[in-house]
Design a protein around this ligand. Sequence first.
Ligand code: HAM
Length: 421
Amino acid sequence: MIITNTRGTQDILPADMMYWHHIETTARSIFNIYHYQEIRTPIFEQSELFERGLGNDTDIVSKEMYTFLDKGNRSLTLRPEGTASIARAVIQHPQLTKHNQAKLYYCGPMFRYERPQAGRFRQFHQIGVENIGNAHPFTDAEVISLGLHLFDELGIPGLSVSINSVGCPVCRPVIQERLKQFIGNTLKHLCGDCNRRFDQNPLRILDCKNDTCRTYFTGLPDIHKSLCHDCKDHFNSVVEYLDSLGVPFDIDPKLVRGLDYYTKTTFEIVSDKLGAQNALCGGGRYDNLVRKMGGKDTPAVGFAFGVERAVMILKEFSEIVKREDPLIFVAPIGFNQQTRCFHLMNELRRAGLKCEMDYSKEDLKSQLKIADKMEASYCLIFGEEEAERNEIILKDFKKRSQDSHPIDHIVEILTQKITPQ
Ligand code: HAM
């Protein structure tokens, strides 16, 4: 029986790679402009990192983590997201915050045991930024506008931004209490998760994906009225700075996001080109996470976006042109010419030219067929006669022409043809 990949995972094939490279290269260059540096953290961590960091009441921790015991009986988890690991790394490596701030970005696979559907996978990739150490509301506005800058540069259409504030430990109890008062009467109509969260973490009820539950959330009391002075000021400033940067956004009082570490600002960037799973990017401020993980009081704000979702949009709606170096196919005719061609291929590659040879074929006709299938731009033909004259034939498929050249000059000749002057 053939073994296939597991449900919710996918092979990313060469034909799609140009989208991935476009996204990764553009992200790196934009992050560089905003003075972020790359960090790579392990793909698995101690389970406690995510339990403590993300919150036990979240869907991610309670239902979606790939957790296992290793051979030493340690509970490990494949990372479901990047922020908790970054908080850990910042505590573990004080040199990261030697200027009192760390501006870090990451790219890589994340794992969540979710029900797979279009745009939702069990192994997916995120690219994210974490701005650690800055409490000023400029930072929230900068991070949101960085996200939009990146998506504009990538050529992703149909974007909109929603923002909210989920308060802080001072005003959160007031918000939770008002929510409980509002939701209390309808509790019997809500799902088991909502009922459980009602006592433990009422704000999380707003994150419920169940359509029936969501119908009961209309007319919700305005969270913003319960924010403390500091959170209100912060939110108003973020709104003002976004306006001043010309960033269009909507305020969505129900945007609590699926992770418990958020304080004050939460935001999402969605694309109307994505369908049901329309969230392209999510983020927010998490001023208490580093302290909760055992570090110092450290304000922070960041976001992550799903690369698969960005690829889905680009494939359908953008015209990224595939840029590939021309391929030279090297075709020796007969066994005796193979070794000379094998060495020539080595010289071409050392000169930076892309070439290929089929070691199993000796006749020209079948080699030209393969060159055609590989969409080669050139073919170098080397038979007995050419060997005697110390020459090689250069066939140009596009120009439909061919000439003989001294074999000792062919690398130079091809370099001049191919390398942009
Ligand atoms: P998140 O909203 O859970 O936030 O994920 C961010 C993005 O990852 C989503 O908007 C979506 O594009 C993508 N994503 C999430 N789950 C899946 C999935 N199962 N399949 C495909 N794509 C998915 C976080 O992870 C936070 N750590 C973001 C953050 C960084 N907040 C502050 N800093």
